[in-house]
Design a protein around this ligand. Structure first.
Ligand code: CLF
Ligand code: SF4
Length: 283
């Protein structure tokens, strides 16, 4: 089974198998209230500026460099710093270039899910078996407090309308992926006073849809984001919620909220050793 070598999908694998993220996806199509675009996507990262954004060609070169120098590299993931599917051309090209090298590698991708109805079939065709979707709520009234703007098909949606669109597309996309054999992981950002009480309901629905695992993550209030002054959800609160949701389905407990350019074992980021470009000066 492929997931036995995936450090995020299998807790037993995370001390042995490494992953690398290709930071090829700078744009995002929504605006989460917990995000500051100068920082990595909270979907899959802790707040820390990604030190580079790569073209597919550079990403492919970086892959070979890392593969030669890091033991047991089993996964190549695309996790921002924006949204992988909001940058579909570069995301797809990067995967295709690396696939052409014929290495034994698992591809992984993280998305907010808005564009899944457009791209889920292509993702399946590309052979991507591990996809993470961040689903914070099923209730548009809660979503209206989490998502400031949702940009879709040339229009901008706010409030309940935007959240409704997000949730609809996420659910449709997840169902399609599961039906086509993709192992779907769901990230849930727990924001106290907004979606915390609602999380067990989200997990229940994800179980019904057949997702592989859910990963409840703490809000890390990003400087400059609308939730800047919100309290960071404590690990005690996160673990209590995970214990409650474990009754429904498998919970990830070893997530490190990686950077969009993370390299190495989950607990030992070596991204500093593998830079293709010079860091941009701070603005
Ligand atoms: Fe990256 Fe995410 Fe794939 Fe893992 S990270 S795209 S599933 S290869 Fe893993 Fe990092 Fe947690 Fe993500 S520890 S933030 S869950
Ligand atoms: Fe930021 Fe990620 Fe939300 Fe986009 S999906 S606004 S990059 S947290």
């Amino acid at each position: 089974m492929e997931e036995s070598k995936h450090p995020c999908y299998n807790a037993d694998a995370h001390h042995k198998y490494a992953r690398m993220h290709l930071p090829v996806a700078p744009q995002c199509n929504i605006s989460c209230n917990y995000c500051n675009r100068k920082f990595d996507c909270v979907n899959e990262s802790r707040p820390g500026v990604t030190s580079e954004v790569l073209t597919p060609e550079l990403a492919s070169q970086k892959f070979s460099w890392v593969k030669e120098n890091i033991e047991n590299l089993s996964v190549v993931g695309i996790a921002g710093p924006g949204d992988a599917l909001a940058n579909w051309d570069v995301t797809r090209k990067s995967i295709e270039l690396i696939k052409a090298k014929g290495e034994d590698i698992i591809f992984c991708l993280s998305t907010n899910g808005l564009m899944l109805p457009y791209y889920a079939a292509e993702l399946v065709e590309l052979g991507i078996k591990h996809i993470t979707v961040t689903v914070n709520c099923l209730d548009p009234n809660i979503g209206a407090r989490l998502y400031k703007v949702v940009n879709y098909e040339g229009k901008s949606y706010t409030g309940v309308a935007g959240a409704e669109l997000m949730i609809q597309n996420q659910l449709k996309g997840i169902a399609y992926l599961v039906e086509h054999g993709v192992l779907v992981k769901i990230n849930i950002v727990m924001v106290k006073g907004i979606n915390d009480h609602h999380i067990p309901e989200v997990v229940k629905k994800m179980k019904e849809l057949g997702v592989f695992i859910t990963n409840i993550m703490p809000l890390i209030p990003a400087p400059g984001s609308a939730f800047e002054k919100f309290p960071q959800t404590s690990m005690k609160e996160i673990n209590e919620m995970r214990d409650l949701c474990q009754l429904q389905m498998q919970q990830m407990r070893h997530c490190k909220q990686c950077r969009a350019d993370a390299v190495g074992l989950l607990g030992n980021d070596r991204s500093n050793e593998f830079r293709m470009t010079k860091p941009e000066p701070e603005k």
